[in-house]
Design a binder for this molecule. Structure first.
Ligand SMILES: [Zn+2]
Length: 211
């Protein structure tokens, strides 16, 4: 196949990007598709969406109680919660008991659940989701990229062009550089907080799927 034929295929793929991973609203999906076209990305993977307190309790239980992974959270109230959940687990309390302890503790944490994770938002017209940038360590050959550095820079530029009107806040890897108000460091992903039009929330069922 000729180089120009390959280029034509690549251009066609990039003009119809596929949105993979977790479901997001139709509005956010359109937005993400437009951003991908501008970044010449053939696809984007949504790795994380808005969570409930119950979801977060399940994540804490699996990661920090069962798997025993270290809990490193900016909110100082989290460490004692995890510590006590581990003690309950060690004392042979059931999964349901430990999770119910976690749910009530997360609800009552100093600063509120939103101070534990930005994904625990309460705002009904703001959709929060992450788009994969890379996985594994930040540097070295174990790093796996979902975007080339050119694509990541173009993705960032396309997001910035939509701030703060559509994208309220944006998290991204430190290596891309911080410039605009509303940006913060969030490694391995682009964290988007997207304002939703009111009609979209009313007319779109929440279980809309993407793939
Ligand atoms: Zn995020």
């Amino acid at each position: 196949m000729s180089f120009s034929a390959l280029r034509a295929i690549a251009a066609r793929l990039a003009s119809h990007p596929r949105i993979l991973g977790k479901p997001i609203s139709q509005f956010s999906e359109h937005l993400l598709r437009d951003i991908c076209v501008e970044a010449r990305l053939p696809s984007a993977i949504v790795t994380s969406v808005k969570r409930t307190v119950e979801d977060q309790a399940g994540i804490f239980y699996r990661k920090h109680v069962v798997e025993g992974k270290k809990a490193n959270y900016a909110n100082k109230g989290v460490a004692p919660i995890i510590k006590h959940a581990r003690e309950l687990h060690a004392a042979k309390k059931t999964k349901e008991e430990v999770i119910s302890y976690l749910i009530s503790s997360i609800r009552d944490v100093h600063g509120g659940p939103g101070s534990i994770s930005r994904h625990l938002g309460e705002q009904p017209f703001l959709e929060i989701f992450d788009v994969a940038h890379y996985s594994g360590p930040t540097s070295g050959k174990e790093r796996h990229n979902y975007m080339t550095s050119e694509q990541a820079q173009a993705f960032l530029k396309a997001c910035r062009a939509r701030m703060p009107s559509t994208i309220l806040r944006l998290g991204h890897s430190a290596e891309l550089g911080m410039k605009v108000k509303g940006e913060f460091v969030d490694e391995k992903c682009f964290h988007l907080e997207v304002r939703q039009p009111v009609f979209d929330k009313i007319e779109q069922p929440s279980d809309t799927t993407t793939a």
